[in-house]
Design a binder for this molecule. Structure first.
Ligand SMILES: NC(=O)c1ccc[n+]([C@@H]2O[C@H](COP(=O)([O-])OP(=O)(O)OC[C@H]3O[C@@H](n4cnc5c(N)ncnc54)[C@H](OP(=O)(O)O)[C@@H]3O)[C@@H](O)[C@H]2O)c1
Length: 420
């Protein structure tokens, strides 16, 4: 049999961490018949790894080029990225993107554009970098009801948390290291305030449960207010603090979504997910629990996920959103009682105690720590206030007995940790 040789051409928009990663992967796989046909960037003065002649600064040169088979949108500006993706889909093109903010905030429109104009949008790299999350949820679990999907979804904040546990160092320097290593977003507040992980959670909700939910509707806290006392308390309890996003089937066609710093005890699959790695536990009603772990960020791991989408799209793969077509679900924060640590300066916590009743209280020279029990819905009601007050919030799972907490508190010392 004679195999027909062909060259497929990618139009690359954005040549930063991920764009360069995709470029390297494509170059390493030239024998597969792909080439980067055109590259668009923004800054004419920036030094580049390729000659200036390799670049255009006019995005329309890429979007209007009929010789390109696929567009890879890999820019850092979400507003412009949405304009690019919209235009490409309106032209019926095939687009791959790594931009979780754009996908999470505009998924209903992006699905409609594909249906109306026949284009295709894949975005595997937008959720957990190199881990094949969306294709697993879509293709493998598309017809199995899921009990829960929970995981560590942001490499940069996980890197910071790992550093704080390992070295008891400073928040700012751990963040700076995450940025140097290319794990952090251009705007690192997206990582540490939990917004980036929240976007991924909302994207997963569409594929895992057929739920279209806007990030603004979801209970979420980040790690920006973490304190050394919280890290020490977790250590004393044999736990590590992780930023955990979860989707859980709730009663009556509801899906509970939340993103919370969480005390993870040893033995939990997420405990060993360290540094820039991401980990995801998927529990199917019939399959039971499965665990995926891999690099959630970085140039080549993310470039590899974009490349997997490019190769899949050209073979005709597209998301079918199987559960979106078959289920009617709505979002909730959940009503299962949560045990929560709140930590902040004395006067700020004192104000909150008028609203919330603590079970355990502990005082260090400049911090108040309280443990209380409340529903996720109650926590959501106080979300903005807690964030404005600079209070660190973390969930403590039921497997950690409350009666060992006072003893663990007494083992902690106050050391300033800094914050964003
Ligand atoms: N970094 C990661 O590990 C990672 C992981 C998963 C997903 N992502 C997502 O991947 C996307 C790219 O992230 P990144 O880390 O590669 O960002 P980055 O390193 O900051 O690079 C961004 C690139 O976009 C270009 N750009 C920005 N605005 C543009 C515009 N209006 N027109 C043309 N080019 C424009 C920049 O051009 P100049 O070079 O001229 O400045 C640069 O080449 C983002 O959506 C991010 O959320 C990143």
């Amino acid at each position: 049999m004679k195999i027909q040789k062909f060259k497929k051409r990618i139009g690359l928009i954005g040549f930063g961490c991920v764009g360069q990663g995709l470029y390297d992967v494509v170059e390493a796989n030239r024998h597969l018949g792909w080439e980067i046909g055109s590259i668009c960037v923004k800054d004419k003065e920036k030094p580049r790894s390729l000659p200036a002649s390799a670049f255009t600064y006019d995005v329309q040169e890429v979007l209007q080029d009929p010789s390109l088979d696929i567009i890879a949108e890999l820019i850092s500006d979400p507003k412009e990225a949405l304009v690019i993706i919209r235009q490409a889909l309106q032209q019926g093109k095939t687009v791959v993107s790594a931009n979780k903010k754009v996908v999470a905030e505009n998924l209903p429109e992006l699905i409609q554009l594909q249906q109306r104009h026949g284009g295709v949008l894949l975005y595997e790299a937008s959720v957990c970098g190199s881990i094949p999350v969306l294709r697993t949820l879509e293709a493998y679990y598309g017809s199995e009801p899921l009990v829960e999907v929970r995981g560590i979804l942001n490499g940069s904040s996980n890197y910071i948390l790992s550093k704080l546990h390992a070295e008891h160092g400073n928040f700012q320097s751990a963040l700076a290291q995450a940025q140097e290593l290319g794990f952090a977003e251009a705007d690192p507040s997206l990582d540490v305030e939990g917004t980036d992980a929240l976007h991924k959670l909302c994207i997963m909700a569409a594929h895992a449960y057929g739920l279209l939910v806007h990030p603004d509707e979801v209970l979420h806290f980040g790690i920006q207010h973490i304190t050394s006392e919280a890290v020490e308390l977790a250590d004393a309890l044999g736990c590590r603090i992780k930023l955990v996003g979860s989707l859980k089937a709730a009663a009556d066609g509801e899906v509970a979504l939340q993103l919370l710093p969480t005390f993870i005890p040893e033995g939990d699959a997420l405990y060993e997910v360290e540094a820039e790695f991401n980990g995801l536990e998927i529990e199917g009603r019939f399959a039971g629990k499965q665990f995926l772990k891999g690099r959630g960020a970085g140039s080549h791991p993310t470039g590899s996920a974009v490349w997997a989408d490019v190769a899949a799209a050209v073979r005709g793969y597209r998301y079918t959103y199987p559960k979106l077509c078959t289920s009617q679900v709505s979002a909730t924060s959940g009503d299962e009682q949560l045990t929560v640590l709140l930590q902040g300066t004395e006067e700020r916590v004192a104000e909150l105690l008028e609203l919330l009743k603590p079970a355990i209280q502990h005082q260090t020279p400049d911090q108040s720590q309280v443990i209380l029990s409340l529903t996720p819905q109650q926590l959501r009601q106080h979300q903005d206030l807690l964030n404005q007050r600079g209070i660190f919030v973390a969930a403590i799972p039921a497997s950690v007995p409350l009666d060992i907490i006072p003893e663990a508190f007494s083992q902690t010392e106050a050391i300033p940790i800094g914050s964003l």
